[in-house]
Design a protein around this ligand. Structure first.
Ligand code: CA
Length: 375
């Protein structure tokens, strides 16, 4: 082959490579960034709510009492300016929220909290105090994992801010080899199933301004709705099961598994109506007071012994179960270290604690950030 021939082949190869790189990366430079300003100095702010429709999305948000609606592309970015400052690509975040697992191993650092109930400010203060996030609210826990055991919804007036910040941290943690896990609680599932008895009055205002009922703001066609519907009810990390209310003897006796429970919630309980749930024995068991989102047996059933807890642990193949749902003054250790209670009454908006598990040692940490060894 002549020298000229070789040269042309190299040039053609380089041009082809340049074209491939341009096709892959150039669209990122042309991504539209949609600015979402959330001002609340002269009225309420809320959102954004992202409605997905194939290649399109519609975003709605409220700033100083005024409703804004914008049709955008699914490959666009959104930049939120408000209590949560967060820029994300809709398509990428959508892929992230749908990709959830219910089992992790070899996690050495873990922080846990529960039952935020719209108390966004306290949630952020607690995470900052333990340096899980930095002073700007960004992920600061490297490859550690943060587990939130449900009930971000209802009671308080900063539910949306809480959910967006959880997504922001999930996004940032995933880039550092860490993880943020949201588990569904009874109040989360109540909202998804349109039981809106406990929503803060601010959200009645949001319903009125958007003309959309609160449950439909988290409907199946929304980014948040799809995320929540992909969240597990029970999560296992290392030798610990995390779950909103508790795993009961009734669940053991009916042969439930972690995977099976998550599947039954996703396909049979969420988006189902009360009557059909009640009519089905398995759905009724899991959705009601012996199930993982309402159970209070660890705190109220005086017949439970260490031996019965052991058979529950053995059945689910874990050494500890961490629950929220039943409010305590601090992180409590029950049944000789088998059960940990992590709902520390954040819902009152005054104080609360994180459960921190680092290198197999268990600690609690409050607003002063001081880690106290639990045992
Ligand atoms: Ca609860």
């Amino acid at each position: 082959m002549s020298r000229l021939g070789k040269k042309s082949i190299i040039i053609i190869a380089l041009v082809a490579l340049a074209i491939i790189i341009a096709i892959k990366y150039l669209p990122r430079f042309f991504t539209t960034v949609n600015e979402v300003e959330l001002l609340s100095d002269q009225g309420i702010s809320d959102g954004p709510y992202v409605f997905l429709d194939d290649e399109q999305a519609t975003i709605k948000w409220i700033s100083n009492d005024a409703l804004y609606t914008k049709d955008i592309g699914i490959a666009d970015d959104i930049q939120m300016h408000g209590e949560v400052n967060y820029q994300f690509n809709i398509e990428q975040l959508h892929a992230l929220v749908l990709n959830q697992r219910d089992t992790y191993s070899n996690v050495s650092n873990l922080a846990v909290l529960s039952d935020i109930h719209g108390q966004y400010d306290l949630f952020i203060r607690l995470l900052k105090a333990s340096s899980i996030i930095d002073s700007n609210g960004n992920w600061n826990y490297n490859d550690g994992h943060l587990v939130i055991i449900g009930d971000a919804f209802d009671r308080g007036d900063k539910v949306t801010e809480t959910l967006w910040h959880i997504l922001k941290l999930a996004d940032q943690a995933s880039q550092k080899g860490g993880g943020v896990h949201y588990l569904l609680g009874n109040h989360d599932i109540m909202v998804l199933n349109a039981d809106l008895r406990y929503i803060n009055e601010k959200y009645n205002d949001v319903e009125e301004k958007t003309g959309i009922s609160y449950d439909q703001l988290f409907g199946k066609n929304t980014l948040m709705g799809q995320w929540l519907r992909a969240c597990p009810v029970v999560l296992r990390i290392n030798n610990i099961a995390f779950n909103h209310a508790g795993l009961s003897m009734d669940m053991v006796n009916s042969g439930q598994t972690i995977k099976g429970i998550n599947q039954t919630f996703a396909t049979g309980i969420i988006d189902n109506n009360k009557d059909s749930i009640r009519a089905d024995k398995e759905l009724a068991l899991l959705a009601r007071s012996s199930g993982p989102i309402w159970y209070r047996g660890y705190f109220r059933d005086t017949t439970l012994t260490n031996a019965s807890i052991d058979s529950i642990l053995h059945h689910f193949n874990v050494d500890h179960i961490v629950v929220g749902h039943t409010s305590m003054e601090r992180v409590e250790v029950l049944f000789d270290h088998r059960i940990l209670a992590a709902d520390t009454s954040i819902k009152r908006g005054e104080k609360g604690e994180l459960l921190i598990i680092e290198n197999n040692s268990f600690y609690r940490a409050g607003l002063d950030g001081e880690k106290k060894l639990l045992w």
